[in-house]
Design a protein around this ligand. Structure first.
Ligand code: DI6
Ligand code: FE
Length: 385
């Protein structure tokens, strides 16, 4: 990334067809529709591989209460937490949910994100989970970004199943996963494997059914405690394990064997004032690809900026700007099973890239509040605005 040789990119049928040093380009061969970016930096379009960008309502007041010292349990008792977002999300129809979620997806795209993973998980009924996934897909069309959809029905136990978590898991396995797979609405299935979420055994039930239906699996693993969920995910060839602050050495060995990506979510770490750092050095020593994502959600990471997640990954978790960049491109594409198409500028890959007004790539993770994106190209077409 420090080599500043000027390079020409050739695009054909939405793919990168050639990459050549400018000095080798025969100018008479250049096509008519050429663009001179005048030495600007060009990178692959960014990939945000973990978001909950589709939801209704806001939890700003809950945050205010938390800041003034009201314990989370008390907030939950008053109807706050994930379930307050579930109520607000259920109350919206598809058009309302698109309207509510659009500013978040738009904000990500306007900073150079060309592929976003969006989870369900605030519907928790068959109809409401499918509604969220349809809205996610629709938002991708509207914002001209690729959307990878993930069924996260195992996010929380809905009120109508209170005290009957296993029955809810049965609903997920027998109705929700088959319906989402049948409708082609989910690329992957995720589980919040945590003492305040779902047990390791419940997680395994969901993973097994997801795989039977040909869906990839991934997990919110080891965020607040170590349930050994990452090793389980590795056994199911998970695309990724996400959060991983409490990941053990055993989990790291399992991830290294399965080729699963570890996704760091520094926004949630920061917003919750967590203390346990993810084992970044051990992950690196084991050659486990490390991605970085926003975790954009109303409760624990209300940040619609992947560049800010890069900044936090550097400042809070000790990544270098170059590692953070790999985390939102190559490794993030791998975390979504799309490494063959996205996340790298190489011949044959999708021509989805960003042109940046920067002097050095470290700037992508450096200054916040000023958007350095000059333009984004998506599948070979330059986008306006
Ligand atoms: N882990 C989180 O940090 C979020 N979901 C999850 O499984 C929390 C989402 C929320 O509070 O709305
Ligand atoms: Fe999350």
């Amino acid at each position: 990334m420090t080599d500043t040789t000027l390079v020409a990119l050739g695009v054909q049928n939405g793919r990168l067809a050639c990459i050549q040093p400018m000095v080798e380009v025969n100018h008479s061969d250049l096509p008519v529709d050429q663009v001179d970016v005048k030495g600007a930096w060009v990178t692959p379009a960014l990939v945000d591989c973990h978001t909950h960008a589709v939801y209704g309502g806001s939890r700003a007041q809950e945050w205010e209460m938390r800041l003034s010292g009201v314990p989370y349990a008390e907030i939950a008792k008053q109807g706050g937490g994930i379930l307050s977002t579930v109520r607000a999300t259920r109350a919206l129809d598809e058009a309302g949910l698109i309207e509510a979620s659009w500013p978040r997806v738009k904000a990500l795209a306007s900073e150079g994100v060309g592929c976003i993973e969006i989870k369900s998980g605030y519907g928790l009924t068959l109809a409401d989970e499918l509604k969220m996934l349809r809205v996610a897909r629709r938002l991708g069309d509207l914002a001209q970004v690729e959307v990878s959809t993930t069924l996260l029905a195992a996010h929380a136990v809905p009120p109508e199943y209170a005290g009957r978590t296993d029955d809810y898991v049965t609903l997920i396995c027998e109705e929700m996963i088959p319906a989402a797979a049948e409708a082609g609405l989910a690329d992957a299935v995720d589980v919040f494997c945590e003492h305040i979420g779902f047990t390791r055994d419940q997680t395994e039930r969901v993973f097994a059914v997801a795989r039977q239906h040909g869906l990839a699996v991934k997990g919110h693993m080891e965020q607040l405690s170590d349930l050994d969920g990452s090793a389980l995910a590795a056994a199911y060839q998970a695309w990724s394990v996400d959060h991983v602050e409490f990941l053990s050495e055993k989990g790291i060995v399992a991830l290294a064997q399965s080729g699963t990506t570890a996704v760091l979510l520094p926004g949630a770490f920061y917003f919750l004032r967590e203390k346990q750092l993810p084992p970044v050095a051990a992950l690196q020593a084991a050659n486990i690809p490390i991605a970085v994502a926003t975790d954009l959600n109303p409760g624990t990471s209300p940040f619609a900026s992947l560049r800010w997640a890069m900044n936090m990954a550097c400042v809070l978790f000790g990544l270098t700007p170059q590692q953070a960049f790999a985390g939102v491109t190559r490794h993030a594409a791998k975390a979504l099973g799309r490494a063959d198409r996205l996340g790298e500028l190489s011949i044959g890959r999708e021509a989805s890239f960003c042109v940046w007004n920067i002097q050095h790539p470290a700037e992508l993770a450096y200054q916040m509040g000023v958007n350095p994106l000059r333009c984004r190209v998506w599948r070979g077409a330059k986008l306006e605005g």
